[in-house]
Design a protein around this ligand. Structure first.
Ligand SMILES: [Zn+2]
Length: 297
């Protein structure tokens, strides 16, 4: 299958910039409520490309999407970053990924980016907001406005709140330096970036989680962030990840999302689905299925 890393939606081009993809977590760790029945009825189509049989871990990707419209250049989600101290999350700890090289290979330089948007403020969505230069964390995208949903920032600004989840200093090294640099804009969860791109609230995973809509020439796409971490949650929308903060709301948001897009032409671009990453939601007699780009429908 061709490893396609860019897509067109009307006059908008969307490119994927990869940080890494690998088998990451076992289903029972990622989905604490999973039962043997959930897994067995899906194991056939998950294996081997989405569920690695050797490690029994789900394949996941960490990537950014770049949205190039006729008027704006927007980078969505900034992965986990390099040189970050993440003792509680070794897969993000003290890494040196060739992310900026991948950005350049996609045809973009950091200076080109006009807007940086994090769908939410978990450590794997904010990392390349900053990089380490001379012992200081400086913005990677010096000419960008960094858009944060005000409600999301308000939640994570509370140190006690963060401490409920981790002691890793991701706020201090990847968000606070942006606020201090004056490059941040706090926006509503339905903020409109230009005539092609707008945010929409999709809360539950976190309190200010947003999706990103792209509409052009009658075509539509949506960057769905962490509404679903893997395609298993499209087939089993009641499964929350271990990272979902509001269980009820997260489940409801996911169920509504899957129903709304089932059998539509809307291209879905989730934040962690491995190559080929994007696709459509289709109804099956057994429920819903995520049909990846290039996969027979
Ligand atoms: Zn994530």
């Amino acid at each position: 299958m061709a490893n396609r890393m860019s897509w067109h939606v009307g006059s908008v081009k969307i490119s994927r910039v990869l940080e890494f993809e690998m088998p990451v977590l076992t289903p029972d760790v990622l989905y604490p409520d999973i039962t043997p029945a959930h897994l067995e009825r899906n194991r056939g189509w998950l294996t081997p490309s989405l569920l690695d049989p050797a490690s029994n871990r789900l394949m996941m990707a960490i990537h950014s999407f770049i949205i190039e419209t006729p008027t704006s250049l927007i980078l969505v989600d900034t992965c986990s970053g390099n040189d970050k101290s993440r003792p509680h999350k070794q897969r993000y700890h003290q890494k040196s990924w060739p992310y900026l090289e991948n950005l350049s290979a996609a045809g973009y330089q950091p200076e080109d980016i006009q807007y940086v948007l994090c769908t939410h403020l978990h450590a794997d969505h904010v990392g390349w907001n900053t990089r380490l230069v001379g012992g200081r964390w400086i913005p990677v995208f010096p000419n960008a406005r960094y858009l944060f949903a005000a409600k999301e920032l308000e939640y994570w600004q509370d140190e006690g709140q963060r401490g409920n989840y981790t002691d890793d200093p991701y706020f201090e090294d990847s968000i606070a330096p942006i606020l201090e640099s004056g490059l941040a804009d706090l926006v509503a969860m339905n903020h409109v970036i230009d005539e092609f791109v707008a945010l929409e609230p999709s809360v539950g995973h976190t309190p200010g989680h947003v999706s990103v809509w792209i509409r052009s020439d009658g075509e539509e796409a949506v960057l769905s962030g962490d509404i679903m971490h893997t395609a298993l949650q499209c087939a089993e929308p009641e499964l929350n990840s271990c990272f979902c903060i509001d269980a009820e709301m997260s489940r409801r948001t996911r169920q509504q999302f899957v129903e709304r897009h089932a059998d539509s032409n809307t291209l879905i671009l989730p934040a962690h689905f491995p190559t080929p990453t994007v696709g459509h939601i289709r109804r099956r007699s057994s429920g819903y299925r995520f049909i990846f780009d290039g996969q027979s429908d």
